[in-house]
Every structure is written in structure tokens, then in C-alpha cells.
Ligand binder design. Structure first.
Ligand code: SF4
Length: 289
């Protein structure tokens, strides 16, 4: 197996075979993000990718799940993805799911027919980073996409019967835009209607452009209790029936999990209790990315 640089994967892919299809992130400009800074984005050669799969086949008897790394593997041309998925089907018949990171751009570049075919060939789920539902914040953090495009991309994924997992980042609007961030993220997620929602909390890693904004005083980080208030408002604005909701990442101050909309009240009750000091709030030193 030939891994290059730091390899990132969603928490739910901890036990998956990971093969790098791309290196780095096709966007790579978000002001809060430190991932893939060691790589210039490019798509690997198909023969190198298939050689990694062949090696994995020789090494491992049973592969249940496969994650196609790095950032935005869906940006590869349809033919290449179709070849990879056919190869997986042939050589890993026991594999139950194949997933990858995607972006609104890589989804919108595919035709509905191509997405439907990728699903038939075994692509079961894509992970999409919304980060914020507010266009003002998306622009500010240089995400390079609008909430409308995120919703359009989600609709295409649903039409292809591919599962959708979406993440947002608490605190991304800072003290100034927290209400807009909460309301618009809740509303946009509702319109995206994903099967899975993951909420992370902003952490500033050394060298990211947002660090500079904090130093200049143009961005103010929120404290844990304001983050909880924001999360409460976000959940109040969520209407995603049957979506699995998780805010149990190492970066979160308070662990939350439930199924929407049925557990909405329970989630809000837990946040209210936390705001009254009746729940355990993670210490800063225990947080991580
Ligand atoms: S947040 Fe996602 S899209 Fe933005 S630079 Fe990081 S990996 Fe790329």
C-alpha cells in the first residue's frame, strides 16, 4: 500500500480499507482547515490505485468497508470511478459499502445518470462538508460554494439513492455571526435532508488563515457556553426526519447523539441542562481534531 502524506477519514471509517484515489483536497482554501496542506491536489494514476487494491487483497481476507481517500475522490472522471468500483466488486465481493468524500462541485459536475450508475456499481455513501448554511460565512471562510449549490448537490445524491453524510462546524460564525450560523445551518441541513449529520466544533490549528484573523481581532472565537447556545438554536431549526445526528467528535464540548426529529426535544433538554451546569462539558485540553 502506498500512502502519501497524512490520510484523513471520517470517524465511521475507522475499520475500513482506505485507498488514496486522489491526493489532497481539490478546494484546499478554507480558512479554518489545516488538512492536506502537505499536498498539491492531484488524481492518482489508475494503475497505481488498482495496484494498491491488489496488494490489499493479498494482505486482508475480509474487507467489509472501503473508503476512497483523499479529499473529494468523487471529482475523478466517471469512467475512472466506474473502473475502480467494478474492480472492487470483482476482487472484494464481500465488501458491503464503498464511500468517499465529495464536494458540491464534484457532485454537480456528474450527470444524474452517472451518479445512478456509480450507486449501482457500489458507491453507497458520500461525505459532504457543509460547514455552515450561511452564505455570508461560507464566503468569509472561502469554502468556494453556496448553500444553494449544497442543496442542489444533495438532491442529486438523493436521486441516485446514494446515502449522504453532512458535517457542519459549530462556532464557525464566531461571536459576531453565531445566530445567523445556527439558523441558516439548521435550515440548509433541513433542505439537504441527509441520512447522517455530524456536528464538529471549530478548533484553530497553527498556521491556518483564521488564526491570523483571531490575532487581528477580526474573528472572535466563541466560549463553550455560547457554542452550546448556538447548537441549541441550530437543532431548533432542524427538520430532518430519520437523520442520525451526532455531535460526539473529539472537538465537541458536549456529546450529543440521537435520531431526528424524534429525539429533538431530548437533545435540546440536554443542552439546556448543560447551560445550567448540570452536564459534563469537556475541558479545553481534552478537545482534539
Ligand atoms: S474544509 Fe474540506 S474543502 Fe475546505 S480545504 Fe479543508 S478538506 Fe478542503
Amino acid at each position: 500500500m502506498h500512502y502519501q502524506g497524512t490520510v484523513y477519514r471520517p470517524p465511521s471509517e475507522a475499520r475500513s480499507l482506505i485507498v488514496q484515489v486522489t491526493l489532497g483536497c481539490s478546494q484546499n482554501g478554507c480558512t479554518f482547515c489545516s488538512m492536506y496542506k502537505d499536498k498539491n491536489f492531484h488524481i492518482r494514476y489508475l494503475d497505481e490505485i488498482l495496484a494498491d487494491f491488489k496488494e490489499a487483497r493479498e494482505l486482508y481476507k475480509n474487507i467489509d468497508k472501503i473508503f476512497l481517500a483523499d479529499g473529494d475522490a468523487l471529482i475523478c472522471k466517471y469512467d475512472m470511478l466506474a473502473t475502480i468500483l467494478d474492480f472492487i466488486k470483482k476482487y472484494f465481493p464481500e465488501c458491503k459499502r464503498v464511500t468517499c468524500y465529495a464536494s458540491a462541485k464534484s457532485i454537480l459536475l456528474k450527470s444524474e445518470e452517472e451518479l445512478i450508475n456509480l450507486r449501482k456499481k457500489g458507491l453507497t455513501m458520500v461525505y459532504l462538508g457543509l460547514e455552515s448554511g450561511s452564505d455570508k460565512i461560507l464566503k468569509r471562510v472561502k469554502k468556494g460554494v453556496t448553500s444553494k449549490e449544497m442543496i442542489e448537490a444533495s438532491n442529486k445524491i438523493h436521486n441516485a439513492n446514494i446515502n449522504l453524510s453532512v458535517t457542519a462546524i459549530s462556532g464557525l460564525g464566531g461571536n459576531e455571526l453565531w445566530e445567523e450560523h445556527a439558523v441558516e445551518t439548521g435550515k440548509t441541513l433541513s433542505r439537504m435532508n441527509p441520512e447522517y449529520i455530524g456536528l464538529l466544533t471549530l478548533m484553530i490549528e497553527q498556521g491556518v488563515p483564521l488564526e491570523e484573523e483571531i490575532k487581528k481581532g477580526t474573528f472572535k472565537l466563541m466560549d463553550p457556553y455560547d457554542i452550546l447556545k448556538e447548537t441549541k438554536l441550530l437543532i431548533e431549526n432542524l427538520n430532518c426526519d430519520n437523520a442520525v445526528f451526532r455531535a460526539n467528535h473529539a472537538s465537541n464540548y458536549l456529546n450529543l447523539k440521537g435520531t431526528l426529529n424524534q429525539d429533538k426535544k431530548e437533545l435540546i433538554d440536554k443542552l439546556n441542562n448543560a447551560l445550567k451546569g448540570k452536564e459534563y462539558i469537556k475541558e479545553e485540553y481534552m478537545r482534539g481534531l
